[in-house]
Design a binder for this molecule. Structure first.
Ligand code: NAD
Length: 295
C-alpha cells in the first residue's frame, strides 16, 4: 500500500502555507507551472494576493487564496473547512510557513521560545489536523510536505528555540511517514540549509542590533552560500514526485547529516567549530541579556 511516485504534479491540488514569500512562493510558482492547481495561504494578505496574481498571469491555476495565521487553530479550521467544502480534499499539503528567532539561553525572551513553537510547530500541526483527514477519506494517493530545517537535524549555535520547533516537526513527520503509508500518503521532511529568502531579513536574534557591521558581514557571508528559493522548490517538488522522506536543498546539510549518523566524532568537531566561529563573528549574541522579567 505504498504511494507510487507521481509522474508530475499536473492536475494535482496542492495546498501551500507561507506562499507569499521565499520557498513557499517558489513552490507555488513551480507547482502551478507544472500544471497543478495551487491553493495558497499566508498571514501576509497583500503579498499573498500579489503572488496569486502573478501565478495567474503566467497561466497557473489558483482556485483558492486566503490569508490566515497558521498559529491560530480556529482560523485554520475555518479555512480548511471552507477549502474542503468548496474544492474537495487536497492531493498535496505543504507546510512551508515559518519564522526564525535565535539567541542564547540568557538572551531569548520567553515570548520568543513560545512563538517558535506556536508558529513553526503548532502551525503545521493545525494544518495536518484539518487537511490530512479529508485526504485519507478521499482515498487517493497524496503527499504531505513538512519544511523543517538543518536546525531540525543538528545543534547549530543559538538555535535552541528554533530547533525546538523544527525537531518537533521532524518528530511529527517521522511518525506520520509510517502512519500515513497505509493510506498511500507519502511524507517528505525538508531540511534546508541556507536559502536566500526574506527570512534572512526578518530573522530575530535576541539582543542583537542587525544594523552593526559585524551582523552585516555575517549576513553577506550567509547569503553568498545560500541557494535560491527556486532551487529549494525544485528539490522539494522532486521529493514529492519521487516520494522521498529526507529532502535536502543543499549538499552541506546532506553531508553533516551523514557525518552525524556515521561518524559522530567528526560531527561533534564540526559543531564545536561552528559554535566557536559564530561566537567570534557575532560576540554580541553571547553578551546579550534578557530585557523582560520572568515569564
Ligand atoms: P520567508 O520569510 O521568505 O517566508 C515565510 C512565509 O511564512 C512568509 O510569507 C510569512 O508571511 C509566512 N508566515 C510566517 N508566519 C506565519 C504565520 N503565523 N501564519 C501564516 N504564514 C506565516 O522564509 P522562507 O525562507 O521561505 O521560509 C520557509 C520555511 O523554510 C520556514 O519554515 C523556515 O523555517 C524554513 N527554512 C528556511 C531557511 C532559510 O535559510 N531561508 C533555512 C531552513 C529552513
Amino acid at each position: 500500500m505504498f504511494r507510487r511516485p507521481f509522474d508530475d504534479l499536473s492536475g494535482a491540488r496542492v495546498f501551500i502555507t507561507g506562499a507569499a514569500s521565499g520557498i513557499g512562493r517558489a513552490c507555488a510558482e513551480l507547482a502551478a507551472a507544472e500544471g497543478a492547481s495551487v491553493f495558497l495561504t499566508d498571514r501576509n494578505a497583500e503579498a499573498l494576493d500579489t503572488v496569486a496574481a502573478q501565478v495567474r498571469t503566467s497561466g497557473g491555476r489558483v482556485p483558492f487564496v486566503e490569508a490566515a495565521d497558521i498559529s491560530d487553530h480556529s482560523a485554520v479550521k475555518e479555512m480548511a473547512a471552507r477549502l474542503t467544502r468548496e474544492h474537495g480534499a487536497m492531493d498535496v499539503v505543504m507546510n512551508v510557513a515559518g519564522i526564525s528567532s535565535w539567541g542564547t539561553v540568557q538572551s531569548l525572551e520567553h515570548e520568543q521560545w513560545r512563538k517558535m513553537i506556536d508558529v513553526n510547530l503548532m502551525g503545521p500541526i493545525h494544518v495536518i489536523e484539518e487537511l490530512v483527514p479529508p485526504m485519507i477519506e478521499a482515498g487517493r494517493p497524496g503527499h504531505l510536505v513538512n519544511v523543517s530545517s538543518a536546525a531540525g537535524i543538528i545543534g547549530m549555535p543559538w538555535h535552541a528555540a528554533y530547533s525546538a520547533s523544527k525537531f518537533g516537526l521532524r518528530g511529527v513527520s517521522e511518525v506520520l511517514r509510517f502512519d500515513l503509508r497505509r493510506h498511500r500518503i507519502g511524507v517528505s521532511l525538508v531540511c534546508p540549509g541556507g536559502v536566500d529568502t526574506g527570512l534572512t531579513e526578518t530573522i530575530d536574534i535576541a539582543g542583537v542590533d542587525k544594523a552593526t557591521p559585524a551582523f552585516e558581514k555575517a549576513h553577506k557571508r550567509f547569503r553568498s552560500r545560500a541557494v535560491s528559493p527556486d532551487a529549494a522548490a525544485e528539490a522539494i517538488l522532486d521529493g514529492v514526485r519521487r516520494n522521498k522522506y529526507w529532502v535536502y536543498t543543499s549538499n552541506d546539510i546532506r553531508l553533516i547529516h551523514f557525518l552525524q549518523r556515521h561518524c559522530s566524532p567528526a560531527y561533534v568537531l564540526a559543531m564545536r567549530a561552528m559554535n566557536y566561529g559564530a561566537n567570534r563573528a557575532l560576540p554580541a549574541v553571547g553578551r546579550a541579556r534578557r530585557t523582560g522579567g520572568q515569564a
